[in-house]
Write a protein that binds this ligand. Sequence first.
Ligand code: C5P
Length: 319
Amino acid sequence: MPDLRVTAPAKINLHLEVLGLRPDGFHELAMVMQTLDLADTLVMAPTADGAISLRTDAEGLPSGTDNLIVRAAEQLRQRVGLPELGAAIRLEKRIPIGAGLAGGSSDAAAALVGLNELWGCGLETADLHAIAASLGSDVPYCLEGGSRLCFGRGEILEPLPGAGTGEAPGLGVLLIKHPQASVSTPWAYGRCRELRGDFYLESEADFAQRRDALRTGPLTEALRGQGPLPRLRNDLQAVVEPEVASVREGLALLLRAEGVLAAAMSGSGPSLFALFQGFAAAEAAHRQLEAELTAAGFQAWCCRCTGSGASLLPDAPQP
Ligand code: C5P
């Protein structure tokens, strides 16, 4: 049997609004997430000895139970009550690590999708979602991908009103990341609370009002092709930007690109992205800015938006 291959796409946040603090200590969020065609690949094969092993070409990634892939595998076999299931997993890493692009969460989602198939678990999407939510706030979204509204701590998903499932906006994306910059997600949320906690919303009615505003607002209309893109909102950007010079510098660079529709930080950063009318315009902007991006030490990727999350790949052609 050939190895099973699963794609694990990166996401960006087209909107990230911190509404308030929840009783469980997480933040109540209202977000729009979008998957890109920048993706890791997981390659997996069953093992007979019940061991779950992970190999990766990426530096600085744990390969034991600190890795969400291994935790996803352990949770899945526990859920189906078959602890003797084993797998050898190889991770081909392309999504930059610790960047706010959900690389680790997407790898975990891909592990669930792949191992559910490899081990013949036969779990339904809803069962996978429950395991995904226990692994991390972004993991359920990474199972679905596409353009989605995400509420709660990020795990409550809704399709964009009026958009078909699997439809991706035709936006081109220029994504950049400074390899030396990193931001801890708990730090970013903690700092947000220090700075804005006194102004957090508190009642469910206020949360519901903000969710409705996002559902019917100019961003969702623009993603349906019914209006211009508004300025993007990421509340964590306001927290990270003053602290991380490369975020300020990268945003200023992106906003100088010809044809740029909007630019923002993704998640808790420090990756940044600019949106364009189509992939060719993103490529043109990359050519325009390439010398300056390189001089400032940024890595860059031109991407398309995609309509799906972690998914099985067709068998690789046999040599
Ligand atoms: O769920 P995940 O493990 O990705 O969250 C990482 C950290 O980010 C949490 O421990 C918490 O500090 C913060 N977080 C939050 N509210 C959310 C999601 C994450 O405060 N909705």
